[in-house]
Design a protein around this ligand. Structure first.
Ligand code: KG4
Ligand code: ZN
Length: 399
């Protein structure tokens, strides 16, 4: 098909960010606008689906307009519209999809459906490309966010990307575990950034958390996810690359209960809630200065130990899968890719193994629409377009 100058408008509304971006040729970001609902959902300690849909409805038109203005383009200049099909919240996805369908129809432009998880992977690939970092196939992608913890073997062949899901969480996502533990310790929302900043002040070896080995999925599934070149002797036939994070969350709760920390948690929650009401943008470092007494050493040690253990588990599964499937590079994406300890330790281990590793910048690690437009580019070139029948697919899988 005629691919024009490759100007794609991406639209993302799967969870709590309404986002629009214009990307040229899958790599050049001309505009990237994100309207975050974090402050709204913070009052409830988690994303409220009905509120999310309402906010997307309110934001979608101004956000798209802002992206077009930032790119200094008008709608007829675009070559295609790309939108997140799933996974995500049904009502939230529906807002982006309905808008994108109407826009594509009105402008008579092609519409491209993108899997949100594929978007996260392409956020990193796009930035690796911008930095001229060569990534060899196959790649092992760790997608780790508030809703997902997945390992994919990703490969491009003749312009088409293929993914095999070789590992996934059997219960909570890693980001969800960060958020739940932060909540049970009386910290702010979302908890990941709080935990990351506070962990720097604690002893990561103070409390030992063990991860139980996860049973391998049934045989048919492990065969389905098996790479043709996989080293079955050492790898996928012998062990699982799945994750489980609900156990460690319960272990933290038990630790708090058995070490009589509950009263301190409540005092911390009350003090932080009051401080955040005065200044909703309160940074962790400022909170520590303002309220030194609520961040006791035992809590900081517990946070550091939790993070050390979760990062260790993410790394073990990632490197074991990389070895088993003969991956030639690692990409990490999703909100938890922002975690400073994960970045540091995973990069160190990848360097030791001689594997190139790519992380997204902070802006590209959380939900955005540039990643949707970037993932749409190879589909657009291959003529892989969405039809009128495109619907929101909350449980959409990749690979
Ligand atoms: O990708 P994302 O923006 O949304 C989802 O699709 O879930 O990820 C948000 C998640 C939240 O759970 C948040 O706590 C976590 O990413 N997160 C972090 C950090 N920054 C964000 N977790 C650990 N350390 C961080 N620095
Ligand atoms: Zn996401």
């Amino acid at each position: 098909m005629h691919t024009g100058s490759g100007l794609i408008l991406g639209i993302e509304s799967s969870c709590d960010e309404t986002a629009a971006a214009v990307v040229r040729g899958g790599t050049q970001v001309l505009a990237n606008v994100v309207a975050s609902q974090i402050a709204l959902h913070a009052n409830y300690g988690g994303v409220v689906p009905e509120l999310a849909s309402r906010e997307h409805l309110r934001n979608i038109v101004p956000v798209v307009r802002a992206a077009m203005a930032q790119a200094q383009l008008s709608f007829p200049d675009l070559d295609a519209i790309a939108v997140t099909e799933g996974p995500g919240l049904a009502g939230a996805l529906l807002v982006g999809i309905t808008y994108a369908k109407a826009l594509a129809l009105g402008l008579d432009k092609p519409l491209i459906a993108v899997n949100h998880l594929e978007g996260h992977i392409h956020a990193v690939l796009m930035e690796a490309h911008q930095k001229e970092l060569a990534m060899q196939m196959p790649l092992l992608a760790l997608v780790v966010s508030g809703g997902h913890t997945h390992l994919y073997l990703a490969e491009e062949e003749d312009g088409t990307w293929r993914y095999r899901n070789v590992g996934r969480t059997v219960d909570d996502a890693a980001g969800e575990a960060f958020d739940k533990v932060a909540k049970l310790l009386g910290l702010g929302y979302p908890g990941g950034p709080w935990m990351d900043a506070l962990a720097k002040h604690g002893n990561p070896k103070a409390v030992e958390f063990r991860f139980q080995e996860i049973k391998r999925r049934d045989k048919s599934e492990s065969q389905r996810t098996q790479s043709p070149g996989a080293n079955t002797e050492q790898g996928d036939a012998a062990r699982s690359f799945d994750f489980s994070f609900s156990g460690i969350k319960t272990a933290v709760l038990r630790y708090v209960q058995t070490h009589a920390m509950q009263e301190r948690v409540e005092a911390r929650r009350a003090a932080l809630t009051a401080a955040l009401r005065v200044n909703p943008a309160l940074k962790v470092a400022e909170a520590m200065q303002l309220l030194p007494s609520v961040f006791d050493q035992q809590t900081l040690d517990l946070i550091a130990s939790f993070q050390y253990s979760v990062v260790g588990n993410l790394m073990r599964q990632t490197f074991a899968a990389a070895e088993a499937f003969g991956a030639r590079g690692i990409v990490v994406s999703g909100g938890v890719a922002a975690n400073s300890e994960l970045r540091l330790r995973l990069t160190g281990e990848a360097n030791r193994c001689g594997l190139p590793v790519a992380f997204p910048t902070l802006a590209m690690s959380t939900d955005n629409a540039a990643m949707i437009a970037a993932a749409a580019w190879p589909k657009y070139r291959a003529g892989n377009l969405a039809g009128d029948s495109l619907v929101a697919t909350p449980q959409l899988r990749l690979g």
